[in-house]
Each structure stands twice: as structure tokens, then as C-alpha cells.
Design a protein around this ligand. Structure first.
Ligand SMILES: [Zn+2]
Ligand SMILES: [Zn+2]
Length: 282
């Protein structure tokens, strides 16, 4: 299984590559911009050129971009929804410039609205964005932890979005292990085998493109999104052993988003986490 981390872009793309190499990443996830601000700057094309060359040289693949946190395609606030679609369109273009294969997107939360309007908003927003931006970047819907108004917390909801998006060759799924567990899918022990079979029958394995490998600091079905270091949460080492040794692990890369103070790479802890996973591979 190809493993990597979410790496920071805050100090420039050159540093992103250095961080990825220090953490021994074979794949990398980044933000294309600050995740907590609507504002963004244009890319420096020379910087991007060097970044792409370094990523290729070090055989870091796939490159994944995670969408920023502010957009919400399921919002009942028309203004926010329109802004969210504009960002999704922009991010699809920025992925192409960076050479990213996947754009990970949180489906959305309906908040003060209702589920049906929310899910329709997600489907329409994604359909429109894929129509506007014709490139090979694929949107990956990430399963959410199952907070009260989260959409995409179970396989049926993800399936419904994929089925309804017009150009569904450019949409897939990123499964976050912590969110799976929080959403009530028991992947501790040998539970992963049954869960992935369920995924196959409800969504289809060909739609699975990426894992986020995080342990869960909260109990099964908590609906709460609290990541833990590998092997220290409720999923546990046995749970991760079932994942990294499953036959699909050869094809599906895994990105770690284990806890960090202030989201700064914590070299010792990060290396411990990725080494634990590599050691589990038989
Ligand atoms: Zn995410
Ligand atoms: Zn999470």
C-alpha cells in the first residue's frame, strides 16, 4: 500500500516536497490554498513547475488535493452555495495546474436546512462544476463522521450522490477510517473485511480511490470526528492490519491525517505512525 501524509503548503511548495520526503511519503495530500480563508493567491508558475518536477522525480504518486473547509454545497444559504460551487470549479482547475489526480471533497451538511434540499445541492453543485471544468481531475467524496446534519456519512448517501451526478466517471470515494468508525462501521479487529464487502455491494469497489488512515479517539458510532494516532484509538493495530493487508490495499493509497499540534508536521510522531502501518504489512 502506498502511504503518505497530508503535508503543509504554508511555507511554499518547495518545502512541501521536503516535508513529504522527510516523512517518507510515497503519496501526498495538500491544500491548494489556505483551508480557512476564501481568499487565495495565484500560483507562481515557476514554483509549480519545480514542484511538479520534484514530485515526479521522487515518484510521489498520486498527488491529492483536499478542498478547503469553508465551502458547503449542501447549504440552504444561496449565497454560500454559489460561493461553494465557484470554489469547487476553481479547485478543479488548480488541481490540474498542480498535477493532482484527485480532489477530496466533503459532501456537505444541511445545517438549518433539510436533507433532501441539501443532497440535491451537492449533486447539482458537483454536476455543474464537472461540466464547467473538463479535465481529468477526479472528485473524491469523503465519508463524513456522521455529525447530526452531515451528508455522506454512510454508503447509501455516497451512492446516491455518485448515481445522480451526470458525469460520474469523474467521481469516486475517499474512505476515512476514523469517520467510518464514528459512522458506525466497525473496522476494529477483522471488521474491515465485512465493511469493505458492504462497500462493494452498495457502492462498488471500482469507485474506491483513496483511504484516509486515522485511528478514532471516539467510540463506535459516536458521530464525532476525532482522529487518533495509529494503534492508540478504538480501531487499533489489529484493525489497521486488516486494512493494509487486504488485497485492495495494493491498489488504493492511504493518506495519514493523524493529530498534530497546530497542524505542523510533528516529525517523530508522524514517522512513528507511518512506520507502524508499514510494519503491519505482511
Ligand atoms: Zn477531509
Ligand atoms: Zn476527520
Amino acid at each position: 500500500m502506498r502511504l503518505g501524509f497530508h503535508c503543509s503548503v504554508g511555507k511554499g511548495l518547495e518545502n512541501t516536497v521536503k516535508e513529504a520526503l522527510r516523512l517518507r511519503c510515497e503519496t501526498v495530500q495538500i491544500f491548494s490554498r489556505s483551508p480557512r480563508s476564501w481568499a487565495r493567491r495565484e500560483f507562481d508558475i515557476e514554483e509549480v513547475k519545480k514542484f511538479r518536477a520534484a514530485i515526479a522525480y521522487h515518484n510521489i504518486s498520486p498527488l491529492v488535493v483536499h478542498m478547503l473547509y469553508l465551502p458547503n454545497l449542501a447549504s440552504c444559504d444561496e449565497n454560500l452555495r454559489a460561493k461553494s460551487i465557484a470554489v469547487l470549479i476553481d479547485e478543479l482547475k488548480r488541481c490540474k495546474i498542480l498535477g493532482a489526480r484527485y480532489l477530496v471533497v466533503h459532501p456537505g451538511r444541511y445545517a438549518s436546512g433539510d436533507f433532501e434540499t441539501g443532497i440535491a445541492g451537492i449533486i447539482n453543485g458537483i454536476t455543474l462544476s464537472l461540466k464547467k471544468v473538463k479535465n481529468e481531475v477526479m472528485i473524491l467524496l469523503e465519508n463524513l463522521a456522521g455529525g447530526k446534519t452531515d451528508i455522506g456519512k454512510n454508503f447509501q448517501e455516497l451512492r446516491r450522490i455518485i448515481d445522480c451526478v451526470k458525469d460520474n466517471s469523474r467521481i469516486g470515494v475517499c474512505l476515512d477510517t476514523c469517520h467510518l468508525y464514528a459512522g458506525g462501521y466497525d473496522i476494529s479487529g477483522e471488521g474491515f473485511n465485512a465493511v469493505i464487502n458492504k462497500f462493494d455491494s452498495e457502492i462498488g469497489l471500482s469507485n474506491l480511490r483513496l483511504f484516509h488512515l486515522n485511528d478514532s479517539a471516539e467510540v463506535l458510532g459516536s458521530g464525532r470526528d476525532r482522529h487518533a494516532h495509529i494503534g492508540t484509538g478504538y480501531i487499533g493495530l489489529e484493525g489497521f492490519a486488516s486494512i493494509v493487508n487486504h488485497k485492495i490495499a495494493k491498489k488504493i493509497p492511504g493518506i495519514l491525517e493523524t493529530p498534530r499540534s497546530e497542524h505542523v508536521a510533528d516529525l517523530d510522531m508522524d514517522i512513528k505512525n507511518i512506520t507502524k502501518l508499514r510494519d503491519l504489512i505482511i
